[in-house]
Design a protein around this ligand. Structure first.
Ligand code: F6R
Length: 262
């Protein structure tokens, strides 16, 4: 794991955007895994800026989103389809045929999940997966005690996640779907690189458990300790509970130039 501590969410997100831009410039057919929620908004703004001002070309890029709520149609205000088109895809030159987001209205959910897994394999696998972390340590919507071997499937959100996400549903927990389709932890671990973003004091406990705690399904994101190329972009507020924060800063500041990809 590489822990990258930046002053604020914006500089952390910009560093993650540089890693994505580097990949897309080197490989125009790159396959990107996308996340939703508050965390990646600055990252997506920076990718939009890079597209508009620097010509970053997404025309041959393929994307796969981590998850979607079950029961929300694609045009529902809080669906992750809508989120992705509003916050990124409408503003870059992505080919809509190359965009994949789990279908929360699928009638046969297990079949839709296995088709999603197959589509990832057919695309050649995910090069870079963007991740956020839940306050309960979830990654994707793999809630605590999710199997580390899991693939794309239906999951039930925890009460804590429903409460956390009620802010997107006018604070009304009863409006938050209880079920979702999410890539599994096994799916996420197959990505060639994982970029985890976490900002703000509210994420500090989950970040410390993910980075320095034992690897345990009670903190699903802790599995990233076993990923060969996981970069964790956090701000100072999210770093407050890390025992080795000074070591991570010292390592990042001392990175040789040839290693500076973010
Ligand atoms: C979203 C996702 C979730 C979020 C996590 C953090 O696609 O998979 O794991 O990344 O719930 O959400 P925010 O960023 O809203 O704090």
């Amino acid at each position: 794991m590489e822990i990258i501590i930046k002053n604020d969410a914006e500089s952390g997100s910009n560093a993650a955007a540089r890693a994505i831009a580097k990949l897309v410039r080197e490989n125009p057919n790159a396959v990107l895994g996308m996340a939703t929620g508050s965390t990646p908004l600055n990252l997506y703004n920076e990718l939009i800026r890079m597209h508009q001002e620097e010509g970053l070309d997404f025309s041959s890029v393929t994307t796969f989103n981590l998850d979607e709520y079950i029961g929300l149609s694609k045009d529902h205000e809080q669906s992750y389809h809508r989120f992705m088109w509003d916050n990124l895809f409408h503003h870059i030159n992505i080919n809509p045929d190359n965009v994949h987001i789990p279908d929360g209205m699928a009638t046969d959910i297990p079949a839709a999940c296995s088709a999603y897994e197959k589509a990832i394999v057919q695309a050649g696998g995910i090069d870079i997966q963007v991740l956020g972390i839940g306050s309960d340590g979830h990654v994707g919507f793999n809630e605590p005690t999710s199997s580390f071997a899991s693939r794309t499937r239906i999951k039930t959100l925890t009460r804590q996640t429903v409460a956390d996400n009620a802010r997107f549903f006018e604070g009304d927990e009863s409006q938050v779907p209880r079920h979702c389709i999410t890539m599994g932890i096994g799916t996420i671990m197959n990505a060639r690189m994982n970029l985890m973003l976490a900002f703000g004091e509210g994420k500090s406990e989950a970040v410390a458990a993910m980075v320095e705690g034992p690897v345990s399904s009670i903190v699903p994101a802790s599995i990233l300790q076993h990923h060969p190329t996981a970069k964790i972009f956090i701000d100072e507020a999210a770093a407050t509970k890390l025992r080795l924060a000074d070591y991570y800063r010292w390592t990042y500041e001392g990175k040789p130039e040839w290693q500076q990809d973010a």
